[in-house]
Design a binder for this molecule. Structure first.
Ligand SMILES: *Cc1c(COP(=O)(O)O)cnc(C)c1O
Length: 299
């Protein structure tokens, strides 16, 4: 396809089996530690990569980690795969790290947030000081981690990229990278792992919160985000046929594993955009990780 394709291996960030959440947790973990919290509450899908690495941080800090999870967080009731229960993968590591799992019935991301608030309220009623982490670690500190990641990339290469593609879901990866590369020659594209178009307004809200607390600059606007919903397939966590092909291609050519939920879909987007000549030149694929879900299975 004539691309000069590079891969940023955040699947190899190292901590607790790697992934992009390790970058966010470098900062969020420090905030948890200095807060004096006695318990940590996070939420996500039951195969969440974020909850795995958050559980790892809590192990090190010696704090109980409450993981509020859904097997299939879906906005659209009709898309849900009835009765699928996950095992293995990230849930196996969470168990080893001693995570206290609160499995709640499938529903929307908002339902999941509400369930997380409920667990926080219950713990506070018991007199505990609680640190609540938002979905995917997408707080101002999570964004900060990816502004810093952008600087790291600048130092690693002598020539800028024309395009940078990343999987996008809770948003801080895309917001941080877009913030860093805004007004440069590098165009950042987020390939969504969720079917909800209103995520763009979440990206804007995240940017506003980041600038208020840390960045002290102008927040990004909706039009500053190139956010693509075309490669989600049936929905969050459901493998797409194009993603399956992308995963197979990457494995057979480079011996690099993609995950079904995020990176396979993102890479299928990269292939499609290259075929349509929407992207070209020096292209960076930010491999955000997720390898452990390769070993997840439903029961
Ligand atoms: C969480 C996650 C993403 C999305 O990152 P966000 O910052 O939540 O948008 C992408 N890929 C993998 C493997 C992830 O675990």
């Amino acid at each position: 396809m004539g691309l000069d394709l590079w891969i940023k291996r955040d699947d190899l960030t190292g901590f607790a089996l790697g992934g992009n959440k390790g970058r966010k947790l470098e900062f969020i973990g420090a905030a948890i530690q200095s807060s004096g919290a006695e318990a940590v509450v996070g939420c996500g899908a039951s195969q969440s990569n974020f909850l795995r690495q958050l559980s790892g941080v809590c192990s090190i800090l010696g704090l109980p980690c409450h993981a509020v999870c859904m097997d299939y967080p879906f906005l659209d009731e009709s898309r849900r795969l009835a009765g699928t229960k996950w095992q293995g993968g990230n849930m196996a590591t969470d168990t080893l790290f001693g995570t206290i799992r609160h499995l709640v019935p499938d529903g929307t991301w908002d339902d999941l947030d509400a369930a997380s608030d409920q667990v926080v309220a219950d713990l506070e009623r018991q007199g505990k000081k609680v640190f609540q982490v938002p979905l995917g670690g997408s707080s101002p500190l999570g964004i900060h981690a990816f502004v810093e990641a952008g600087k790291e990339l600048d130092q690693q290469v002598s020539q800028p990229f024309d395009f940078l593609l990343t999987a996008s879901s809770s948003g801080s990866t895309q917001v941080g990278l877009t913030r860093h590369f805004h007004d440069t020659s590098t165009h950042v594209i987020g390939i969504s792992a969720d079917p909800e178009p209103e995520i763009v307004s979440d990206l804007v809200d995240l940017s506003v919160a980041y600038e208020q607390e840390i960045g002290k600059g102008e927040p990004l606007k909706a039009e500053d985000f190139d956010f693509r919903l075309d490669y989600v397939g049936e929905g969050y966590g459901v493998e797409s046929p194009a993603g399956r092909e992308a995963l197979q291609l990457m494995a057979s050519r480079e011996a690099i594993l993609l995950d079904r939920v995020y990176t396979a879909k993102a890479f299928s987007g990269l292939i499609d955009l290259a075929r349509r000549k929407e992207i070209g030149g020096r292209v960076l694929f930010w491999h955000t990780g997720g390898t452990p879900t390769f070993y997840a299975h439903s029961s």
